[in-house]
Design a binder for this molecule. Structure first.
Ligand code: BGC
Length: 396
């Protein structure tokens, strides 16, 4: 699936439009961006001031791929409501940087565009489904052709606000999967690459969140301190960037915010993990981050966590069957450390293929609790989207 930038925004009207209505009768069009440069204060929760933008890339997926193919036409209104929900744009390849300019074009002054930066060399080192285009060792290319390019686009749009999620899963993998050979090979490139991204994207119109896995990952007692130290090292190596706000948790994840007792609290190893929901994780890991000397506010992905009880094991991550859209983006989280609930993973895009013969087939996508068949990671997954809609909690 590919979208060209031109096709995405081919909305312009021309001079031949019938001049029947006066300008004042036309529907009001909100101007993109602000009238002057945006300066975000990362000491504050910017989501209190800016609403997460419902980006036109996801809108187009829903309008062009989902709605015309609905197996149940009565879902159309709900699908449109999803397209009006704020979510993040993923820059997951150098080519997909082309998604950015069109996505910026319709962001009003009181909204913020969420962008995921995701293309480290040797990406997804402990799994296969999201292995990326850059090989271990291609760090120079990552810097000059990916991060620098993104930075120049963000600089060219000083009147627009951006929230960045930096490199999902990367540093958490270094904490818990250091015995995996691919993660060993990737480690120095991840550390250097993440620090470079934070330093280079430290722009006044940007607020940064570094991925911190989730409660079932770095929330284990033994992982809290090493996890916080790993993230703090990247933050400090980047020169403690002013626009850095904290962490993103539960990205593309399934954990409930405040379910108590937590979903896996009866598991035999539950005693080794006090972070049984994301609220406890944000609080507990946040304290560890503070001790490690870095900003510790969080945004939490609630895009697909509307239904709990679907996973056979906490670590299962691929296209979990029975999932539903979760709480809509909001800055009302009830916890000072949690800036906002956001939708980072665009619900309806696959986590990985279930085709066992594919190069990027990962056995997690073949587990009993994974939806099958499923297409390659990032590809539109119509049946899964409809399931998320039907199971949405709150409903649409
Ligand atoms: C994929 C990316 C995709 C992202 C959002 C990841 O699992 O590897 O290609 O952009 O999900 O759907």
């Amino acid at each position: 699936m590919k979208f060209t930038a031109a096709a995405t925004l081919a909305l312009a009207t021309t001079a031949i439009a019938a001049p029947s209505k006066t300008t004042s009768e036309q529907p009001s069009k909100r101007q993109a961006g602000c009238s002057s440069a945006v300066s975000l204060d990362a000491k504050t929760n910017v989501f209190k001031k800016y609403k997460l933008h419902a980006n036109n890339f996801y809108r187009k997926e829903i309008e062009e791929l989902a709605i015309p193919n609905l197996s149940d036409p009565s879902l159309e209104d709900a699908a449109r409501a999803v397209s009006d929900t704020g979510s993040f744009v993923w820059l997951d390849t150098i080519e997909n940087i082309a998604k950015l300019e069109p996505a910026i074009a319709d962001v009003p002054c009181d909204e913020i565009l969420g962008v995921v930066v995701y293309d480290l060399p040797g990406r997804d080192c402990a799994a296969k489904a999201s292995n990326g285009e850059l090989k271990v060792g291609e760090l120079a290319k990552y810097k000059s052709q990916f991060i620098d390019k993104i930075a120049s686009i963000l600089k060219a749009h000083p009147n627009t606000a951006f929230a960045l999620v930096i490199e999902p899963d990367s540093l958490p993998n270094l904490v818990t999967n250091s015995d995996v050979q691919a993660c060993k090979n990737s480690a120095s490139g991840y550390r250097d690459g993440v620090a470079y991204a934070l330093k280079t994207l430290n722009l006044p119109n940007v607020v940064q969140y570094l991925d911190a896995g989730h409660g079932g990952w770095l929330g284990w007692d033994a992982n809290l301190k090493p996890g916080a130290q790993e993230l703090a090292k990247a933050y400090k190596a980047a020169g403690s960037p002013k626009q850095f706000r904290g962490i993103a948790t539960n990205v593309a994840g399934w954990n409930a915010w405040d379910l108590s007792p937590g979903e896996f609290s009866t598991a035999s190893d539950a005693k080794y993990n006090s972070c049984q929901n994301e609220k406890i994780y944000v609080t507990t890991f946040g304290a560890a981050l503070k001790s490690a000397g870095m900003p510790n506010h969080a945004i939490v992905d609630t895009g697909r966590n509307g239904v709990t009880g679907n996973r056979q094991e906490w670590g299962n991550w691929c296209n979990v069957d029975g999932a539903g859209f979760g709480v809509r983006p909001t800055a009302d989280t009830g916890l000072e450390l949690a800036d906002a609930f956001v939708w980072v993973k665009p619900g309806g895009e696959s986590d990985g293929t279930s085709d066992t013969s594919a190069v990027r087939y990962d056995s997690f996508c073949g587990k009993d609790d994974a939806f099958k068949p499923s297409p390659e990671a990032g590809q539109w997954h119509q049946e899964y989207f409809e399931m998320l809609l039907r199971n949405a909690n709150p409903s649409f």
